[in-house]
Design a protein around this ligand. Structure first.
Ligand code: PEP
Ligand code: MN
Length: 351
C-alpha cells in the first residue's frame, strides 16, 4: 500500500488547496455582498451565475462531464448564498447577532424588556371622558402603568366608528395627567406623528400599517418609543424588516407586538402565533409584547393565552378593558370588564 502514499499525499494537498481557495472565494463574495448592501443593490445576480457556468464549461479540460461540473459549481454558488443570507441577518440592527444584549425600553420608571412582564390595558377606543376616566381609575388601582386607548381607529369598514381623533387625544392627555399613567395610542399617518407624540408615551403602529414604510421611517426619526404590531399576513422576517425601518432612522426604542395572524380558523378572530415569541426573542434583541385581545378576539381565552404568552417568554401582554363591553363602540366581543380584568391580572402575576 505504501506505493500509493505519494499519490495520496498529493490528493490531500489538493484538498487543502481547494479548501483554501473556497475560503478565499467566500471572503471575496462576502466583501462584494457588503458593498452591494451599502449601495442598496440586490446581492443575487443570476445572470452572472449562468454566464460563469458557461465559461467554466468552455474551459472544462475533463475528465468530469459538463453535468458534474455544473453540479459542483452550483453547490459552491449555493453555499455562498446561504452564507450571505446569514451575514445579511447579522447586519440588521434589530438582529440579536448585531446586538447581543436585550434592549430595554425605558419610559420614566417603567422598563419594558426587563424583569416582570408588563400589562398594558385600556379600551379599544377612547369613547368619552367618563369611559376613559373610569377605566383609568380602575386600572391604576390594579397597578397598571400603561394605559391604551385608540383615538385614531383603523377600522375595516369606513362606516364603523373611526375614533374621536383630536378629541380622543385631548381626553388621553387629561386622564393620563390625572392618574399619572403612561399612554400608548395609535398613529395612522405621517402628518400626525408630531401631534400624537405630544400625548403618547408610546406610539402604536397598527397591524395594518406594518407595511407603511413611510410611516415607519417617520417614527424612526423620533426618539419616542414605538410599539410595532405584526401585520395579519406578515412573516417574522418581514416583521423584523419593518422594525429595521424604524431603527435605521435612529430610533432604538422599539417594542414588537405579536397580535395574531390570519389563518383558516374561524373560531378565533386571528391565530395567536405563540412560536413567534421565542423566535423573535432568538432573532432580535427587542422586547416582545403579546396582544391578547386582537389575537383571538375572545375574552374567554384571554387568561389562558395570557399565561401562554408569558410562558413563551413575552415581556408583557396587552389587553382591552372597558367598563361595559356590551356597549363599546368597537371590539365589544373581546374587551374585558373590570371583574374579568382583575382575574386576568391575578393569573398573569402568578404566571
Ligand atoms: C389596536 O390595538 O387598537 C388595533 C387596532 O390592533 P391591530 O392593529 O393589531 O389590529
Ligand atoms: Mn380593538
Amino acid at each position: 500500500m505504501g506505493e500509493f502514499e505519494d499519490l495520496r499525499q498529493e490528493i490531500d494537498e489538493l484538498n487543502f488547496q481547494m479548501l483554501d481557495l473556497l475560503s478565499r472565494r467566500a471572503g471575496i463574495v462576502s466583501e462584494i455582498g457588503r458593498l452591494k448592501r451599502e449601495k442598496g443593490y440586490d446581492e443575487y445576480d443570476p445572470a452572472r451565475e449562468s454566464t460563469m457556468l458557461k465559461r467554466l464549461l468552455e474551459k472544462n479540460p475533463g475528465p468530469f462531464p459538463d453535468e458534474i461540473i455544473i453540479k459542483l459549481f452550483k453547490e459552491i454558488f449555493q453555499a455562498s448564498m446561504v452564507f450571505q443570507q446569514e451575514e445579511k441577518k447579522e447586519s440588521l440592527k434589530v438582529s440579536r447577532k448585531y446586538k447581543e444584549e436585550d434592549t430595554v425600553v425605558k419610559i420614566d420608571d417603567v422598563e419594558i424588556g426587563k424583569g416582570r412582564p408588563h400589562i398594558i390595558a385600556g379600551p379599544c377606543s377612547v369613547e368619552s371622558l367618563e369611559q376613559l376616566d373610569e377605566t383609568a381609575a380602575f386600572l391604576k388601582k390594579e397597578g397598571v402603568r400603561i394605559l391604551r386607548g385608540g383615538a385614531y381607529k383603523p377600522r375595516t369598514s369606513p362606516y364603523s366608528f373611526q375614533g374621536l381623533r383630536e378629541k380622543g387625544l385631548e381626553l388621553l392627555k387629561e386622564v393620563k395627567e390625572k392618574y399619572g399613567m403612561l399612554v400608548i395610542t395609535e398613529v395612522l399617518r405621517c402628518q400626525d406623528v408630531e401631534k400624537v407624540s405630544e400625548v403618547a408615551d408610546i406610539l402604536q403602529i397598527g397591524a395594518r400599517n406594518m407595511y407603511n414604510y413611510e410611516l415607519l421611517k417617520e417614527v424612526g426619526l423620533t426618539k419616542k418609543p414605538v410599539m410595532l404590531k405584526r401585520a395579519f399576513m406578515a412573516t417574522l422576517e418581514e416583521f423584523l424588516f419593518s422594525a429595521e425601518y424604524i431603527i435605521s432612522g435612529g430610533n432604538h426604542n422599539i417594542i414588537l407586538c405579536e397580535r395574531g395572524i390570519r389563518t383558516f380558523e374561524r373560531w378565533t378572530r386571528n391565530t395567536l402565533d405563540i412560536s413567534a415569541i421565542p423566535i423573535l426573542k432568538i432573532e432580535s434583541h427587542l422586547p416582545v409584547i403579546v396582544d391578547i385581545s386582537h389575537s383571538t378576539g375572545r375574552r374567554d381565552l384571554a387568561t389562558t393565552m395570557g399565561k401562554a404568552a408569558i410562558a413563551a417568554g413575552a415581556d408583557g401582554v396587552m389587553v382591552e378593558v372597558h367598563p361595559n363591553p356590551a356597549v363599546a363602540l368597537s371590539d365589544g366581543d373581546q374587551q374585558l370588564n373590570f371583574q374579568q380584568f382583575s382575574e386576568f391580572a391575578e393569573a398573569i402575576k402568578k404566571a
